[in-house]
Design a binder for this molecule. Structure first.
Ligand code: FEO
Length: 163
């Protein structure tokens, strides 16, 4: 059985994952409108992954006897200042999510809720991978020095499978 505090923080995480899915969907739509097929595909796939994360939290809460609340999701930005800026915003968002996951891990330890603590380890690993993956894309973009957008877009398309 989840404590009330744990239930609330897990439901907050449902909301954060739902927003992440929306944010990446907005980035995908924005990139697609600019004809950036590879980048938009990357963001569409990322949006799907975030929805899966949200679903994992919903299912876990309900399996543990809580009630997962399907949240109202804030509208993400429609426009982004540029490609690099969109990926930097993604990285910052992932760092925020990592902090939120770490807070739940801390609470699980405080409450000696080892079941939840154990279940969260998948997310701890996933966050490290996501931060690493987005940082890798920013590094690649910087390596091209703003040139070769076509090559960058094509490379991002092929990177998706590795994630
Ligand atoms: Fe579900 Fe990218 O955090």
């Amino acid at each position: 059985m989840l404590s009330e505090k744990m239930l609330n923080i897990l439901n907050e995480q449902v909301k954060k994952e739902a927003y992440a899915s929306h944010l990446y969907l907005a980035m995908a739509s924005w990139a697609e409108n600019q004809g950036l097929e590879g980048i938009s595909n990357w963001f569409y796939a990322q949006s799907e992954e975030e929805r899966e994360h949200m679903m994992k939290f919903i299912r876990f809460i309900n399996e543990r006897g809580g009630h997962a609340i399907v949240p109202l999701v804030e509208e993400p930005p429609k426009e982004f200042p540029g490609i690099r800026e969109a990926f930097v915003a993604s990285l910052e968002h992932e760092q925020m999510v990592t902090g939120a996951i770490n807070d739940i891990v801390t609470l699980a330890l405080e409450e000696k809720d080892y079941g939840t603590h154990n279940w969260l380890q998948w997310f701890v690993e996933e966050q490290m991978e996501e931060e690493d993956s987005v940082q890798g894309i920013i590094d690649k973009f910087d390596l091209l020095g703003g040139h070769g957008l076509y090559v960058f877009d094509r490379d991002i398309m092929s990177m998706r499978g590795e994630h």
